[in-house]
Every structure is written in structure tokens, then in C-alpha cells.
Design a protein around this ligand. Structure first.
Ligand code: ADP
Length: 399
């Protein structure tokens, strides 16, 4: 089945075309990025056979950009299908499904209305997701569309983990921990079970999604029972440019001082904190590490804080699980940084986590734990788009 996957974000879009009979390698992949130049978008597209295409479009409009991106599927230098009719289903990543969507769902007018209702909970993402749905529906009106939610995997978290200890009304108003990166946490948990040759139902896993945004999930019997992100993707671990958890009293203090608007505070916590805010160098761990290696004290502190935050939250997830069979690293940092694997795991030897002495990045998913380690440590390449395509196929075919 030919499935188009659209991951429409606030300032970048990703899309991929899969033939589910062929497997997890996409036949075509494309990206739009509005961040380089104001009023312009860079479009890149690649086909499996190595053909690629790069152009810049003079538009700030996300819909125009997405239409141009999708047109490269059936026309131009990276064309892979004869016409739009070759696409049999479209899967969309939707960031927030709230309490109402606890699993992937075929998109209907009612589902769109829910995604719209949830915009206050995800103001940067749900509007872009809806635009992606509208563009796909206008180009492919007969084709079924499926929404796959980033929050769904965490939706069965017990109230003890999901509720905030504020007034009870918060819970009834939907002010609770939702968690994010659920498509990735679910995929890597399932993949770890497959690679371990054990039923997911028998495993206790901590999955570490460490990219620009970072979160952990405590996965027991295939369900997320705790996670570090919360009502928004700002809670939890220190990240590339996000602070992660800080004392809420600190926010009150800053607001009381009166020097900052709410938008400035938002910008500070989301864009000028984390590795970037502490180091003053970058949100990219590689650049921060290079500065730290050259003796930059702030960069060294940023890395020490990032690792401390990661280890203390892993400890929290293990406590929620009451044990651990495997730790799983994924996303940009998690898939590539042997330094982070080592610095995270060595101090956690008391949990039964022991790494091999020689660690190297590898294009394949790999177990980096020592042979005798009671806890396995997996590095798994996340495949969120493929996970979306698989859900999409299951829903459209009713399987
Ligand atoms: P996003 O959350 O935007 O999808 P990614 O999962 O691609 O991000 O992760 C991006 C981050 O991964 C970069 O900011 C960078 O810090 C990190 N990264 C990528 N490769 C490496 C590497 N070899 N070593 C350390 N960090 C890396």
C-alpha cells in the first residue's frame, strides 16, 4: 500500500512516501524549512534511487510550501509516482490529541474539530497539523486520512502519574500531564522487544528520546506509565534550548518583578534556555561539546547539567517502573553520542546497567550493554514516519 506521511510543524515540515509491501525505507522523502531566511522556505526532496532536488521558494505561507513539496512526488526531478491517484492513504502526525484521542484514528470532520478544539493546548503545532490535513484533503479528496497523535501513547498513564498536585479543578479542566514524543517512544519500545526476542508485555523499559526536544518514558507491558514531558513539551529534562523543569515559584518571581511579558518569558524558557542558554554557544550538543573540549567553562557546565538532568530523570522512571530490563536511546543525541551513552550509564551501574568497553555509532540498531549486564542498553534509530505509515495501513485496511 502506498502511504504518504506528513509531519507538518510550525517552522518545518517533513513528508515521506512508503510502499508498505517494500518496508520501512521510504521511496521519497522531503522537507520544508522556513527558519533560514525570513519570507523564504527551502525545499529538499530525495528519491530512494539517489535523485535529489533542492530549491528555495519565496513564500512564508505553509500551505503554498506544502503544495509545492507534495507536487515533487508526481512531477519534476524526483518524481516517484505517475500522479496523485497512486497514493492510497495519508497519515498525519498530530501533536496533541488531548483526552479525546487515545489511539490513531481515521480523520473525519469530528476529528478535525477536536484537533481544532485542542489548539489552546498546542498553539504552535495543532494549527500546522490541521493545515497539513486540509492540503492533503484538497489534493487527494478521495483518499483516506489518518491522524497519529504524539500524546496517545501516554494516554493510559495512571492518574497518580498524570495529575498535577494543584487544585482538583485542574484535572477536570484537562490541566494534566499529557506527554509527547509518543510515536517515537512507542516505536522504539516495540523495536527493543523485537530485538530482545521477548514479548513487550513482559518488559520494563526506559526509552530516552534525546533530540532538540528530550523526553523519557517509563514503559511497562507496552504502555507508557510515566513520562518526563507534561502539559506542554517544556517539562522534564534539560533540552537543546528548553529549560525543562524549573521551580514554578521562579516563574512567579520573574513575573512579579514585572520586567518580562508572558511572550518574553515563553521565549526565554523555550528558546534561550537549556544547552543553548547555559553555554551561550548553541542548542546543538556537538557545538557545545567542541567548546567544552576547548576549555569553555560555560559549555562544560551545560553538558554536566544536561547529563545530571538525564540521570536523575532516568532514576525517576526506573522508580516508577519498579525495575528495569532495558534502557533505550534514540533521536539525534541518543542515536549518535557515545559520550552521552557512557556518561549516562557509567554512574548508573548500581541499577545493573553496564556498557561494553568499546562503543561506536552504527547505522544499525545495536545493544551496547556488556554481555554480563543484567540490564540491556539499546541504541535504536527512531522511525516515526514509518510508525505513522503502519498505523495508517492498519486503520485503513481494518486490520
Ligand atoms: P529534532 O528533535 O529536531 O528532531 P534530532 O532528533 O534530529 O532533532 O536531534 C538533533 C540533535 O541531535 C542536534 O541538536 C544535536 O545536538 C544532536 N546530535 C546529532 N548528531 C550528534 C552527534 N554525533 N553527537 C552528539 N549530538 C548529536
Amino acid at each position: 500500500m502506498k502511504i504518504l506521511v506528513i509531519n507538518a510543524g510550525s517552522s518545518s515540515h517533513k513528508a515521506a512516501l512508503f510502499d508498505t509491501q517494500v518496508g520501512a525505507a521510504p521511496q521519497w522523502q522531503a522537507q520544508l524549512d522556513w527558519t533560514a531566511q525570513p519570507g523564504q522556505v527551502s525545499l529538499t526532496a530525495q528519491a530512494t534511487d539517489g535523485r535529489s532536488h533542492q530549491t528555495t521558494l519565496a513564500t512564508a505561507d505553509r500551505t503554498t510550501g506544502l503544495r509545492a513539496l507534495l507536487a515533487t512526488l508526481w512531477s519534476g526531478p524526483v518524481q516517484v509516482i505517475p500522479n496523485p491517484a497512486a497514493i492510497e492513504a495519508v497519515g498525519h502526525r498530530v501533536v496533541h490529541g488531548g483526552d479525546r484521542h487515545q489511539a490513531s484514528v481515521r480523520i473525519t470532520p469530528a476529528v478535525k474539530a477536536t484537533i481544532r478544539d485542542l489548539i489552546p493546548l498546542a498553539p504552535a503545532h495543532n494549527p500546522a497539523n490541521l493545515e497539513g490535513i486540509e492540503v492533503a484533503a484538497s489534493l487527494l479528496p478521495q483518499v483516506p486520512q489518518v491522524a497519529v497523535f504524539d500524546t496517545a501513547f501516554h494516554s493510559a498513564m495512571p492518574p497518580a502519574a498524570a495529575a498535577y498536585p494543584g487544585p482538583h479543578d485542574w484535572w477536570t479542566q484537562g490541566i494534566r500531564r499529557y506527554g509527547f514524543h509518543g510515536i517515537s517512544h512507542r516505536y522504539v519500545a516495540q523495536r527493543a522487544a523485537t530485538l530482545m526476542g521477548q514479548p513487550l508485555a513482559d518488559l520494563k523499559l526506559v526509552t530516552c528520546h534525546l533530540g532538540n526536544g528530550c523526553s523519557l518514558a517509563a514503559v511497562a507491558a507496552g504502555h507508557s506509565i510515566d513520562t518526563t514531558m507534561g502539559f506542554t513539551p517544556l517539562e522534564g529534562l534539560m533540552m537543546g534550548s528548553r529549560s525543562g523543569s524549573v521551580d514554578p515559584g521562579l516563574i512567579l518571581h520573574l513575573l512579579r518583578q514585572g520586567d518580562l511579558t508572558v511572550d518574553q518569558l515563553d521565549q526565554m524558557l523555550n528558546k534561550a534556555s537549556g544547552l543553548k542558554g547555559i553555554s551561550g554557544v548553541s542548542n546543538d550538543l556537538r557545538a557545545v561539546q567542541a567548546a567544552a573540549d576547548a576549555g569553555d567553562g560555560r559549555a562544560q557546565r551545560a553538558i554536566a547539567m544536561f547529563l545530571h538532568s538525564l540521570r536523575r530523570h532516568i532514576g525517576a522512571m526506573v522508580a516508577s517502573l519498579g525495575g528495569l530490563d532495558a534502557l533505550v536511546f534514540t533521536a539525534g543525541i541518543g542515536e549518535n553520542s557515545a559520550f552521552v551513552w557512557r556518561e549516562t550509564c557509567e554512574p548508573l551501574g548500581f541499577l545493573g546497567i553496564h556498557l561494553q568497553s568499546k562503543l561506536e555509532r552504527c547505522p544499525e540498531d545495536q545493544d551496547i550493554a556488556a554481555a554480563a549486564s543484567p540490564v540491556r542498553v539499546w541504541v535504536i534509530h527512531t522511525r516515526e514516519e514509518w510508525a505513522i505509515a503502519q498505523d495508517c495501513q492498519a486503520i485503513v485496511t481494518g486490520s
